[in-house]
Design a protein around this ligand. Structure first.
Ligand SMILES: Nc1ncnc2c1ncn2[C@@H]1O[C@H](COP(=O)(O)OP(=O)(O)O)[C@@H](O)[C@H]1O
Ligand SMILES: [Mg+2]
Length: 422
């Protein structure tokens, strides 16, 4: 089979790496891909938002399965276009992807289907939002731009003044543009975060192993939120009892709700959770694999991923004889970023040490943003540059393996958190 992966980040590199190992696959294409991806897939220069270009390519190459990585094309309806053209596609419909694309919709869905989450209120009117804050002066609140904001639209507000500013920035100041025209204000929940991903074709759910990401830019969870600075799997707070609750109260319920409301969903459903003393609570759902959670997850997955993706895309998960098999050892990913990421950053720095850092089955350097020039040398090409990922006997051992590699890998301005998994 020919497979087309859409996207250009560390997540897509991890997916291409895993898909390329499948016995069912002849060629993996990636649109547009990146330097590192070109080692495992044939990169084609078609952007994620070029729907006609992607469709033409898939039809002309007789692609048997399209796997859509990022949320933007899913929320724009790319999966619907492939499906309408008769191409099997892993990724939910535009209406299904709204579970991520609109945090306001997500909260309404949770309410309608009794899915546990923080108390939440939605506003598009500045006066009403400020009035609400006035009457909740003493509560710690979280203000969220409702739409897609590349992981940067959530403000944890320490006090009333910060909450007022966050709301005004969105509803009046145009921060986050259209994505901030509606805000969701939430009760602040205390606990341990867990990411739980499941494959679903709308009828059957196949939960994957848990993961924990690290969103803050600096050690000690300080600094602004980023796309993700590292991840480990499994998540420390994911005990079997919690996972059972998540599956029945949070994953099954959401799929049931989406399907009942006529929203087609064939892809990954990702639940971002806070495990509180009262049980797991939904912070958000995502409509795709996490980045960087996918990197440590694929390295633990022993089974072939392609039959799972393919059965999801074709609505045949029920027919699979077994779920995925996992390496019982934990895994970790440390993301190396450029200079000032997530602020302005410079690109085009030569990367050295990739050949000498000891990559093998237990250590893989996935590329998040690199370019491979004709001389075969890699250069940085994004804010997140490399996702160094390892499996080890313990989380500590896996993380140490990543840091050993990062002792050897160099590029001008390289930076990474030194406390992943701690
Ligand atoms: N209600 C909440 N209480 C406490 N922390 C929260 C809450 N909502 C979000 N957060 C924190 O903010 C981060 C980002 O929020 P999330 O809803 O996942 O949005 P996104 O990933 O789109 O930025 C979460 O990973 C969590 O650390
Ligand atoms: Mg999140």
């Amino acid at each position: 089979m020919q497979v087309l992966v859409v996207g250009r980040g560390g997540r897509e590199h991890a997916l291409c790496w895993k898909v390329a190992r499948s016995e069912h696959v002849e060629t993996v294409y990636c649109a547009p891909g990146n330097g590192g991806i070109s080692l495992h897939a044939e990169c084609v220069p078609i952007r994620e938002d070029d729907t006609p270009g992607l469709l033409d390519f898939a039809l002309s190459k007789k692609i048997g399965l399209v796997v859509i990585g990022p949320e933007d094309p899913l929320c724009a309806g790319l999966a619907d276009r492939f499906r309408a053209a008769g191409v099997a596609v892993f990724g939910p419909s535009r209406e299904g992807a709204e579970i991520e694309g609109s945090k306001a919709f997500c909260r309404d869905l949770c309410r309608r289907h009794h899915i546990p989450g923080p108390q939440a209120w939605t506003f598009s009117d500045l006066g009403k939002a400020l009035g609400f804050l006035e009457s909740h002066r003493d509560e710690k609140l979280v203000v969220k731009a409702s739409g897609l904001a590349a992981g940067k639209g959530v403000m944890i507000c320490e006090d009333y003044d910060e909450a007022r500013k966050a709301v005004a920035d969105c509803l009046e100041g145009g921060a986050f543009g259209g994505a901030g025209e509606t805000v969701v204000i939430e009760e602040f929940l205390q606990g341990d975060e867990v990411s739980m991903l499941a494959l679903t074709d709308g009828r059957t759910i196949v939960p994957l192993e848990s993961a924990r990401d690290h969103k803050a830019a600096f050690d000690g969870n300080l600094g602004p939120n980023t796309g993700g600075m590292g991840a480990i799997s499994p998540a420390p707070a994911a005990n079997p009892r919690t996972l059972k609750q998540v599956e029945s109260q949070i994953l099954v319920q959401a799929v049931h709700g989406l399907v009942q409301e006529g929203r087609q969903y064939q892809g990954v459903l990702y639940a971002g959770l806070m495990v509180t003393p009262l049980g797991p609570r939904v912070l958000e759902y995502n409509c795709r694999f996490g980045d960087p959670e996918t990197q440590p997850l694929v390295m633990r997955m022993k089974s072939d991923l392609v039959p799972l993706l393919d059965a999801t895309a074709r609505g045949q998960l029920m027919d699979l004889s077994s779920g995925p098999e996992w390496d019982s050892r934990p895994s970790a990913c440390v993301v190396a970023v450029a200079d000032d990421y997530p602020k302005e950053y410079r690109k085009g720095h030569r990367i050295t040490g990739l050949e000498d850092c000891g990559q093998d089955d237990d250590l893989v350097v996935f590329h998040s943003g690199t370019e491979r020039r004709p001389d075969g040398i890699f250069y940085s090409a994004g804010g997140r540059v490399l996702s160094v990922t390892a499996v080890g006997k313990t989380v500590k051992a896996a993380v140490e393996r990543c840091y050993e590699a990062l002792d050897i890998i160099q590029f001008s301005g390289i930076r990474f958190r030194t406390d992943i998994g701690k």
